[in-house]
Structure formats: structure tokens, C-alpha cells
Design a protein around this ligand. Sequence first.
Ligand code: NAD
Length: 481
Amino acid sequence: MSVEESLAGLGHLVNGKVVRGAGTFDVVNPATGQVAAACPDASPGLLDEAVAAARAALPAWKATPEAERRETIRKLGAAVIERYAEIEELAGLEKGVEMAAIELYMAQVYADHAADTEIPVDVIEDTDDRLVRVVRKPVGVVAAITPWNAPYLIAAEKVFSSLAIGNTVVLKPSPFTPLGTLKMGEIWKDLLPPGVLNIVAGGDDIGKAMVSHPGTNLVSFTGSVAAGKKIASSAGRLMKNVVLELGGNDAAIVLPDVDVPLVAQKLFSSAFLMSGQTCAAIKRVYVHRSVYDDMVENLAGYARLMTPGPEADGAHIGPLVTRPQYERVTELVRDALAGGASAVAGGAAAGGDGFFFPPTILTGAGAGVRVVDEEQFGPVLPVIGFDDVEDAIAQANATPYGLCGSVWTSDIAHGQELAARLECGTAWVNSHTEVAPDIPFGGVKDSGIGRSGGRAGIDACADLQTQIIYKGTDRVRSAPA
Ligand code: NAD
């Protein structure tokens, strides 16, 4: 199938059918800056149909044996691998770089984990007198809303964790990267009963309507803090459950006892993964003054090796996915340089029509400079020196964000003690940016509410019911005389 045929067949998935609807919106290829496709745009009426389909499918899906639901999820994971090339070519159009294979490989890992994981029951007491336990029941219809940075993996994770427990789903991808997710819907359509999964493409207003819709019960959102706060407020008024996976400004703290070239390579990989557009990427690094110059030179060495540009030209680093993000990163670096910071590598947009920015290592930018205080979400890393580790911990925590953080040291016990003092949802010693389906992930402070992954991720998609069952009938029937 050619890309043109693939695009012509794309549509929303509603009640088991692919529908195109009337309107469209433009999707821009960030590698060229040009419009790459016209994506079907869901109307409020189509959203109503999708929610109605999800509600209608709920009783039968809830009643489907858990093991059968889990095996269906395994098939969804396998299907995206079998047909990854069709998603990959659309990723090339909407993300400007063919990286879907990595997300889809991870999606299969998440699918297999969901398929292999029984929904837990906590038995608190099981005596002759009574059974006390906590069971996890479906919440109902999940409104799943995804961002543009890792659209396929995040969508898959939300769909699998919701379906496993017996929920049905209405999913909306980002308007910047809707194409691959619609393709996933097309691929999954015949593997699920109609209405169990519905996908609508559209802008922020459709997202808002999903949150306030009387037919949705849980909002599972990944995206910006600003949108997350609006969603929390709207869902709170309706007493809806929320899972909010929001932005971060992750700090890494490097102590003087490390092998600098080895650690520089790991810091670089974390900070510049997907051109820095990863929620759990290192966004600021605090380095002990005794190894500071060496670390900066090592990081800059890696940065200078990485050429930004189109994949076809053999470049190593892809574009910023959206024009607003490209403009924001450009502005944050310009602001830091104007304030006296230095770019040891990179420092200005690559030029041309695509949204390319070279890996940039900044020195001389600290607290009070926007690129340090805000989430840059791009290929820019400020490196900040410290003398006293207490000061580094204080600076790492001096942020409204609380997604992840890390400490790098040869003294593991000291590292563990320091990591525990970081105010964030995930704290590493000698690592950063790892995610896995059995490990809870999520933020504290402005970085979010709830978790994905692990037992906490299951609980986030469920209604917990405490059951207290007295085993004898003596409470309701008098003993025979
Ligand atoms: P965004 O908040 O602008 O948009 C995300 C999605 O929400 C889109 O589908 C959008 O249409 C929709 N939306 C926007 N406003 C809404 C509203 N008021 N109600 C309902 N839906 C709304 O975010 P983005 O720019 O697409 O994504 C980048 C952000 O996502 C970064 O801050 C990044 O850190 C964060 N992120 C977090 C995680 C995590 O796991 N914590 C993972 C990936 C990305």
C-alpha cells in the first residue's frame, strides 16, 4: 500500500468502523515544515457517537473473562509489530523521523506484560469468621488523551491498561501526530468487539469535551502541566477519576567520584533521546566543580558528533516535532545566551525549513534563567556547577515539577540517601529515563497525579471495592432452640 493510499483510508475508529467524517485539519511534517496530510477532524457529534459506542460495549467487555481480555491485548501488541512498517511511514510524515519501531517494540512489551499479569486481589483477612479483601473493578469508559512526543507507545499503554481491567476506551491523539494512532486503530479494529476501543482525532476542544462528557468516567491524560491543571479542575467538579502524566524538569546530580567519560555518555543519551522530547529525559545537570570542566568537554564532544537534519541525509538527530516547540526551544536558548550563558556546543537553530536544532550544551546558566527553571523539552542541556551537594539537592528540588531525578556516584549508599531526598516520582542512582511496564511511573508536585505501570498503574484504572464477607449465618439467623 502506498503512503497516499494509507492516508486516504485513514479515519476515526467508532463502534468498530473506520469513519472519515466531514472536516479535516493539516498535519505538518517537521522535517520539511510543509503540510504532509489532511487528517479527519472529529465533530462533537462524532465524539458523542464514540462515547455511546464505548458505553454500549462496556457490559459485555466487563463480563468477558479476564484471561480472554488479556489474550486479546497480547494480540494487539503482536499486530502493531506485524504491521509496524505502515505506522512507521506515517511517523516519518508527522514526527519527521521514523522512530515508530522503537515505540511499537516497547508497546509489545507492555502488551505482553498486561497479558501475563492477573488483576490482583488483596486479601486482608481470611479466617473462619470472615473474608476481607479488596478487588479491582472497571471504572467504565476511559477518556485517553495523548501528546505528540511518543504518541504510539503512550496510546498503547493507556489502551492496554484500561482494557485489561474491563474498561472501554475513547482515545484522542495529539493534533500534531494523529496519523499513526489512527493507523493503529485500523490495525486493531478487527481484533476487538465493536465499541471497546474508539479513536477520534481532533484538537484541544475535543479533548476538553471528552473530559466533561457525562459518558466518560476516568480521564487518562499525558501532556503539559497547563492542560493537566485544567483537566483536573474540570474532572474534579464532576468527581471523575484522573491519571495525569505531566511535564518534568528532571535534574541529574553528578558527584566527584565518577568516571567522567562513562557518565557523560549516559547523561548525554538520556538528555538527547528523541531530541530531548522525552518526559523523563535529563533537563538540567548539576556537576561537582572538581569534575565540571571535564564533564562539560565530554558532553560537548558527543554533541558535536551529532548532526541535526533529515534521516535521508544521514543526520543523527531529528527535528522538534512541532513548530511551537521549535520556536520555544530557540527562544529559551536565545534568552540564556542573552543573559550571559555560553553554548559550548550548538546554540542556534540549524536553519532551513525543518524544525532542526543541534544538540546544545550550555554553561553559565543557573537558577533564574528560563532554560533551567522551565521544561525545555528539546535538545538543550544546561550544565551547572556545585561545591556543596546540599546546594545541588536544594536546587534540584527548587522547581514546581517533580517527575524524575538521579544521582551519579560510586558511593551507592550515599547515592541512595541523596536520591531519596529528591522530590520526584522516580529517583535513580546511576541511571535515568528507564521505563518498564512493571515499574510504576508518574509525577509528584505539578508533574501529575496517579501512576502508569506496576500495581499502582492497575489501581489507577480501577475502582477499588473493599468486600467484607461474614462466613457464618449466625448474624442473620437465630440458632435453633
Ligand atoms: P498538551 O497538553 O498541549 O496536549 C496533550 C494532549 O491534550 C493533546 O491531545 C491535546 O489536544 C490535548 N489537550 C490540550 N488541552 C486540553 C484540555 N484543556 N483538555 C483536554 N485535552 C487537552 O501537551 P503536548 O505539547 O502535546 O505534550 C508535551 C508535554 O507532555 C510535555 O510537557 C511533556 O513533558 C509531557 N509528557 C509527559 C509524560 C509523562 O509521562 N509524564 C509523557 C510524555 C509527555
